[in-house]
Design a protein around this ligand. Structure first.
Ligand code: GLA
Length: 640
């Protein structure tokens, strides 16, 4: 089977003559699948209850005749203007309590029953009309749930939040206990007193805010499930997905969403100078959400995006490097937003596979080269990526840490996480992304970046992993509070003090200063008065306070860091922990050359070598040396 190649196709933006040219160009580029219908609601249902599909019949027939498959979307991410005009209260309310209006996309309140009814009505029409069209291979439900409207603070949301809380806590006693409402006279005596966390004079209740984030994520999942159930009732044979955003937009708990899709798909856009490293994380996370199975890269960009303020065009070959990084990390589909760059509308400055410049362009030549190269790699389809290491990521931990009242607002969990992921990336260590309560058997090394919110179950999970011989690398500000955001007492890190063999009485956030380490490194943002009770001390602050400790626990070891160290020190510590754990890189490569291996059970494997440097490099495996020219990608077959 072929690697899937293509992108979002929005023919409604173009005249019919262009569709015919599109078919020719898709064949030229090797495109074999496009996503269609994503933003077609206003064309499908120009007036409430009046549907028009004739134009789209033609689009699907043209695609089929051209040998291009369709990933058919339900158009529910962008209700037409009639929706907001008729049902103004069905549009979201923002965190400041403002009722938003139509004018862009995702103009709906996820808790609105009217929205759900209208979304299901158009979904049913699309489902019944096209489920057995020969071009249609996959349902693409909605588009990027929660991209712009993850949390709505409407009256409908408050009503559903109350029901959700009753289900979670049973009664008001349970709610009051979980939210710690004894503090500041906040005890609720009736469910009618509970609201979505709208603006309030000062620091809001952390339990209320955290639960509202959980509820909002759950609410979006209910929308997905409603569409999915409807489509399944029409035709149980077609698989379904919805495009996640694994490297950004952390407002939906993808661990909960992942169980509801048949195949994981994700979108990724580069941001900042190390965007290609975040790409690695987004791809590893997509693979991990699907339990290691091949996944779909539903969107990325051929060059610049339009939403970053200053939008960098990709350098020559960067499109290929990015695509191959996703492929290396387990994607079996490489797709872009979008096929043809728009000439009007909010995204007219977003690149496409066919750019404004047309086919006499760098982008088009690279699009065609990529299509040709993917066409030669059919054998890798279905192969998997094995990881000995994992890094823990939990949205609920992030949501708790987003609260404004904490030891220091300088501690940015996403930065800490990215720093630790980047250290693994630089070391060439392929890592899965794991949930703190997930199955850790099979890993040798587990990295735990600032897992402040740690349930008892997660703490036991980590302890069992280390007892059984695993190695963990845990940072400061982990194991501090349980899932209700209640602090574990008796010294920090309360949930895992025995695991790390360290006890801390007080935190000393670093205010406009850093802390020097005896090893020569530097710590920033955080320090703590840690006492190494059972652990060995590997490095200290200049005043002798432990900075890096290692505790033997059962058959394994727990490394603990009491500050956030500079990159060079972090590289040293990650290498030491990996060596302790017996974790090896995929191959030996200079920093900046990405190496990842995909294999089949029968022993056929491929080493992907992606050179992000501006000079030629060599990658060494146990048996061979692979030359990788500057900026290029080499896929080295390693068959027995
Ligand atoms: C997201 C959306 C697309 C488009 C791109 C732009 O991924 O799904 O419709 O807006 O962003 O980068």
């Amino acid at each position: 089977m072929a690697i899937v190649y293509g992108g979002d196709y929005n023919p409604e933006q173009w005249p019919r003559e262009t569709w015919v040219e599109d078919m020719r160009l898709m064949r030229e580029a090797g495109v074999n699948r496009v996503s269609v219908g994503i933003f077609s609601w206003a064309k499908f249902e120009p007036e409430e209850g009046r549907f028009d599909f004739a134009w789209f019949d033609e689009v699907l027939d043209l695609l089929h005749a051209s040998g291009v498959e369709a990933c058919l979307a339900t158009p529910t991410a962008s209700p037409p203007p009639w929706f907001a005009a008729t049902y103004p209260e069905a549009v979201m309310v923002d965190a400041r309590g403002r009722q938003l209006t139509h004018g862009s996309r995702q103009g709906f309140d996820p808790s609105s029953d009217v929205y759900l009814a209208k979304a299901l009505a158009v979904t049913e029409q699309v489902g019944r009309r096209y489920h057995d069209h020969p071009a249609v291979k996959l349902w693409h439900i909605h588009n990027e749930y929660g991209c712009h409207n993850a949390r709505s603070y409407s009256r409908a949301a408050t009503a559903k939040f109350r029901l959700w809380l009753r289900e979670r806590y049973g009664d008001l006693e349970g709610l009051n206990a979980a939210w710690g409402t004894a503090f500041w006279s906040q005890a609720y005596s009736s469910w009618d007193q509970v609201y979505a966390p709208l603006p309030t004079p000062t620091i809001p209740n952390p339990g209320q805010v955290l639960d509202f984030k959980r509820f909002s994520s759950w609410q979006l999942l209910q929308l997905y499930k409603a569409e999915a159930e409807l489509l399944r009732s029409i035709d149980p044979s077609l698989p379904m997905t919805t495009n996640f955003m694994t490297g950004s937009h952390p407002d939906i708990d993808l661990w909960e969403f992942a169980g509801a899709v048949d195949v994981v798909s994700t979108d990724h856009y580069l941001e900042g100078p190390t965007g290609h490293i975040n790409l690695g994380f987004a791809a590893d996370f997509a693979r991990s959400l699907g339990g290691g199975k091949p996944w779909i890269l539903m969107e990325h960009s051929t060059s610049a995006v339009n939403w970053q303020g200053r939008n960098r065009a990709k350098a020559p070959r960067e499109l290929l490097r990015n695509s191959f990084s996703h492929l290396a990390r387990g994607a079996d589909s490489v797709m872009f937003f979008q096929w043809r760059a728009s000439k009007q509308g909010a995204e007219k400055w977003h690149s496409g596979m066919v750019p404004h410049a047309g086919t006499d362009s760098k982008i088009w030549r690279e699009v065609c080269e990529l299509g040709a190269r993917l066409g030669e790699l059919t054998e890798i389809e279905g192969s998997t990526v094995e990881a000995d290491a994992a890094i823990l990521w939990d949205y609920q931990n992030l949501w708790a840490q987003e609260h404004e009242a904490k030891p220091t607002t300088d501690l940015d969990l996403q930065k800490v996480f990215n720093d630790y992921y980047a250290a693994l990336w630089r070391a060439g260590i392929t890592a899965d992304v794991a949930h703190p309560e997930g199955d850790l058997t099979g890993y040798r090394l587990v990295v735990v970046p600032a897992l402040y919110l740690m349930s008892r179950k997660a703490a036991e999970n980590l302890k069992d992993f280390v007892r059984g011989g695993g190695t963990v690398l845990v940072t400061a500000y982990s194991g501090i509070a349980d899932e209700t955001d209640t602090v574990y007492l008796g010294g920090y890190p309360g949930a895992i003090a025995d695991l790390v063999g360290v006890r801390t009485e007080e935190f000393y956030p670093l205010i406009d200063s850093t802390v020097g380490l005896v090893s020569g490194g530097t710590g920033a943002v955080w320090s703590e008065a840690a006492e190494a009770r059972d652990a060995d001390v590997r490095d200290t602050y200049l005043d002798g306070t432990p900075a890096w400790t290692v505790n033997r626990f059962g058959e394994g070891a727990a490394h603990y860091l009491t500050t956030f160290v500079d990159d060079a020190t972090l590289d040293r510590i990650v290498s030491a922990a990996a060596a302790d754990a017996g974790v090896e890189p995929a191959a030996h490569a200079p920093a900046g050359v990405e190496v990842v291996r995909r294999s089949h059970d029968d022993g056929r494997s491929w080493l992907f070598c992606i050179n992000h440097l501006d000079h030629d490099a060599q990658v060494k495996t146990a048996t061979t040396t692979v030359d990788v020219p500057a900026g290029e990608v080499v896929v080295h077959a390693e068959h027995p």
